[in-house]
Write a protein that binds this ligand. Structure first.
Ligand code: ADP
Ligand code: MG
Length: 292
């Protein structure tokens, strides 16, 4: 491509809200065969809501919610916000906590009024030596509904299964249809539960799911897609998406996401509207075609 045609192409892209930080990315985007997308905050709004809470044994819902929200108030994870918001809606006041710890990709823990509270994914409970099997049926039902199941342990006993649901962005279904119409394979990469991820992928017609990825594992997921022969564009918004954005043949960051994601990407979407991904690909193809 000539420098002029690239300038014209990137100028047109900027008008539709797609910022090319490097002109060459227009060419790599044209060659992309796989679009891999982060789930939370990219395909979904990144604003989950608490939908279910089922207690075990003699624990009460109010007691569990109070303890869990007190711990989650210390966390910046979107799941934490969902749980804290649910207590606010019920007029509950969280307690102060001691010894807060976050185990990225697993969960969070703290002492609340001398009670040890742990909240997180099933793999976190397993790490703590707890068996989540009693909730297997509920977990499957919730995940099949596209909700993310979490567990709470209190003083070393499994106390509840909690579900949060993160709504899919309005623009996502049309964006995926347009990517398919351009002949691209669409993949999802997420730290979330496999069954939940598969339910959402089915709903959206996503071709491939890489789930239960640890925070530093997204880069390996991108490498694997590349090793399978794909020219991979990765779309993400979070801090833990930065290495995958850098590893991809084209990194596309959402401009409403974190700064570090934007700095690691060649392309930045000015809004969270995912239709700009197929639009930018169509533009890259038209631009490079014109100058051949
Ligand atoms: P993602 O951004 O895809 O949710 P993360 O690596 O941040 O991936 O988290 C993976 C999983 O770890 C979450 O889906 C959740 O089950 C658990 N987890 C992480 N942080 C928290 C938290 N603050 N509270 C409860 N669970 C958490
Ligand atoms: Mg995200």
């Amino acid at each position: 491509a000539t420098p002029t045609s690239i300038m014209v192409g990137t100028g047109k892209a900027a008008k539709m809200g797609v910022l090319f930080r490097k002109g060459e990315a227009l060419q790599s985007l044209r060659d992309a065969t796989v679009i891999a997308l982060d789930k939370t905050g990219t395909l979904t709004k990144g604003r989950p809501e608490l939908t279910d809470l089922v207690v075990a044994g003699d624990f009460t819902e109010a007691e569990v919610l109070q303890l869990v929200a007190s711990v989650e108030r210390q966390s910046e994870h979107p799941i934490a916000e969902a749980i804290v918001n649910a207590t606010k809606a019920r007029g509950m006041e969280p307690d102060t906590v001691q010894h807060f710890e976050a185990d990225p990709g697993y969960g969070v823990a703290a002492l609340v009024n001398d009670r040890r509270v742990e909240v997180g994914a099933d793999r976190y409970m397993r790490k703590l030596g707890l068996d989540v099997e009693v909730f297997a049926k509920a977990a499957h039902r919730l995940a099949d509904e596209g909700k993310s199941p979490l567990y709470a342990a209190i003083d070393g006993r499994l106390a509840a299964i909690i579900a949060v649901a993160d709504p899919i962005k309005e623009s996502t279904p049309a964006a995926i249809r347009a990517l398919h119409a351009e002949g691209l394979q669409v993949a999802m990469i997420t730290g979330d539960n496999r069954r939940t991820a598969e339910a959402i992928a089915r709903r959206l017609g996503i071709d491939k799911v890489v789930a239960e990825v640890l925070p530093d594992g997204k880069v390996d997921a991108v490498k694997r897609l590349q090793a399978e022969g794909g020219v991979v564009a990765f779309v993400g918004d979070g801090i833990n998406d930065a290495p995958a954005l850098a590893q991809a043949d084209v990194g596309i960051a959402i401009g409403t996401g974190t700064d570090i994601a934007m700095e690691s990407a060649e392309v930045v979407l000015m809004s969270g509207d995912l239709r700009n991904v197929p639009n930018a690909i169509a533009l890259s193809r038209a631009t490079i075609r014109n100058i051949k």
